[in-house]
Write a new protein. Structure first.
Length: 84
């Protein structure tokens, strides 16, 4: 995937979809990873992608801070409301 440089590449891992766009990545869907061979392959695909994404953010030198659609979203850990 040529991260941040086109609008036509998509990575699907289970029910998780990662869309490549110029200047941003969109991730949506659900993915259940089991402790088995299939889960290991899914985890490896995600690890490979996020490693490349991390590197691309370091290499990406455009300043898009004026575009609210491209600014960092908040990161927050939340408790699972369905678990007691």
């Amino acid at each position: 995937m040529d991260i941040f440089n086109n609008d036509h590449e998509v990575l699907s891992v289970g029910g998780l979809t990662i869309e490549n766009h110029v200047g941003q990545i969109i991730i949506y869907g659900d993915l259940n990873i089991a402790p088995n061979e299939a889960g290991r392959k899914q985890a490896q695909m995600l690890a490979d992608f996020f490693g490349k994404l991390f590197q691309a953010t370091k290499d990406f030198d455009r300043d898009d801070s004026s575009n609210p659609d491209l600014t960092a979203q908040s990161i927050e850990n939340v408790d699972n409301p369905f678990m007691s």
